[in-house]
Design a protein around this ligand. Structure first.
Ligand SMILES: Cc1ncc(COP(=O)(O)O)c(C=O)c1O
Length: 475
């Protein structure tokens, strides 16, 4: 008798060794259970991989184009193809890849270079603008789009008039003047006011070339003559100093008409070229750079062009992708997405300080629906309200941990990325992409100025982001 069986006879009955056949059944059971779970996991992984491959095949993968690899033509050759940068501090803290499209590296310093280029090229293609004819581009902007238009206009032989609110950061005005733009600064006003900066830009464009506007213009010009040209979008006003008789002849053959200066109102808020710049440029670039491995796209909206164009493109190649809006204090878009009504809580609380979107963040947030916002609304899945304190804290956090010196809208976007990841309970194997719209050097006088922030009662407190990163995912 072995020592095992002698031991067995002394044990209590419930501790007896199972019979050989029972033991065999138990072992078979364990093996079958293990194999089944292994097989089902492999099948699930296989289908996941197949889905990713299917998505990737929809877009021909090719190496990211590096500007340093080639000689590009002029300043416009430097626009787009921006790198996608991993935000290491946030990615490491969350376990989820947070990637930023480095749009601040565009030659005009912001994401708006793409839009300005597309608007001008489209206008040229439609025959609305001709380079080196003394023509002038008019735009109403808080600054970035103006700087981008002025940059490209210089290279193409156009003049620029920029109308902007007088409360935007001073450094944007300096950049515009340095680029040779005419700048008109006006009191911030509501869109229903004729003197609102966008309305004024339209008026200035439609008066371009009339006697009271251009002193040195040809005295034979008659202010009453028809000088507004029909264009594809009703919002795009094009005027010419040529004497136009639409019925008398084919304008394409009229040398005078073709060569005389035009006034062109770019109208980024309503212009479809804004959306297209992102749908054919930024969106496909992100898809290529991530090889289709992108689970969410986060962006703020100023005109709505970025979130509409990139969001629609990415959803067209992966319908499961989440598109989320980052909306600063004072903007009505958050409530439009969440509750279908455009309003800002500051209006109901009666605490609004500014006539425009009430935030220290520049470039995003809006209180009216534009063509480009309308294109975005159907594909926006979620929205996050970002306070000024959170945006300020994020910009300081990024400098401290990543050496990234970014502007206010980029910081808002990154706060929204963290909130989205927390809300969805993502902890691994996910990728979120956002836009790093401009650099901190556009914001010294306000957003990066601690004294300005103190006076505006906006705290500078990095722990806001540390707490957000530590916070548990909501149940
Ligand atoms: C700095 C900055 N970030 C973001 C945006 C928003 O982009 P979009 O107009 O495409 O919504 C703008 C728009 O002017 C901007 O100037």
């Amino acid at each position: 008798m072995s020592w095992v069986s002698s031991l067995g006879s002394k044990l209590p009955s419930w501790l007896h060794w199972p019979s050989r056949s029972t033991a065999r059944h138990v072992i078979y059971g364990v093996i079958i259970g293990f194999s089944l779970s292994l097989t089902s996991t492999s099948i699930a992984l296989y289908y996941q991989q197949r889905k990713r491959e299917r998505i990737s095949k929809k877009f021909t993968p090719r190496p990211i184009e590096l500007r340093s690899d080639e000689v590009v033509s002029g300043v416009t050759g430097l626009i787009g193809n921006t790198p996608l940068v991993r935000i290491s501090s946030l990615s490491n803290a969350l376990g989820v890849e947070i990637l930023g499209k480095a749009e601040f590296l565009n030659p005009g310093g912001s994401v708006k270079d793409r839009v300005a280029l597309r608007m001008i090229e489209d206008a040229e293609q439609m025959g609305l603008l001709r380079p080196n004819t003394g023509s002038r581009i008019f735009e109403g902007t808080v600054g970035s789009t103006g700087i981008s238009i002025a940059t490209i206009a210089r290279a193409r032989g156009y003049d620029t008039t920029i109308i902007m609110p007088d409360d935007v950061a001073e450094e944007k005005v300096k950049a515009l003047l340095a680029l040779g733009a005419s700048v008109e600064r006006v009191r911030p006003a509501s869109i229903v006011d004729k003197k609102q900066y966008v309305n004024l830009a339209r008026q200035r464009a439609s008066k371009f070339g009339k006697l009271d506007n251009i002193e040195e213009s040809d005295p034979s010009l008659n202010a009453e003559r028809p000088n507004i040209l029909p264009s594809v979008s009703s919002s795009v006003v094009v005027t010419t100093t040529s004497h136009v008789n639409f019925d008398a002849f084919d304008l394409r053959d009229d040398e005078d008409f073709l060569t005389k200066p035009r006034g062109y109102f770019a109208d980024q808020f309503e212009n479809r070229s804004n959306f297209d710049a992102h749908f054919v440029g930024t969106g496909p670039e992100i898809w290529r750079q991530t090889s289709g491995q992108v689970d969410a796209f986060v962006s703020g909206a100023g005109t709505g062009g970025t979130i509409a164009g990139v969001g629609q493109y990415l959803k067209s190649v992966n319908e499961d992708l989440v598109v989320a809006l980052s909306d600063p204090d004072g903007s009505g878009l958050y409530n439009k997405v969440k509750h279908g009504v455009m309003f800002d809580r500051k209006e109901s609380e009666g605490t609004k300080r500014r006539h425009q979107v009430d935030t220290v963040v520049e470039g995003i947030g809006i209180n009216r629906l534009t063509n480009n916002i309308e294109l975005a609304l159907p594909i926006v899945d979620d929205a996050f309200r970002i306070s000024d304190a959170e945006a300020v804290a994020m910009s300081r956090y990024l400098v401290k941990h990543d050496g990234l010196f970014l502007g206010s809208s980029s910081a808002c976007n990154l706060v929204a990325c963290v909130k989205l990841v927390k809300k969805l309970g993502w902890t691994e194997n996910k990728t979120v992409v956002t836009i790093l719209c401009d650099s901190g050097n556009r914001h010294y006088s306000k957003y990066r100025n601690n004294e300005y922030l103190r006076n505006a009662q906006i705290p500078v407190d990095i722990s806001i982001i540390e707490d957000l990163l530590r916070s548990p995912a909501p149940a």
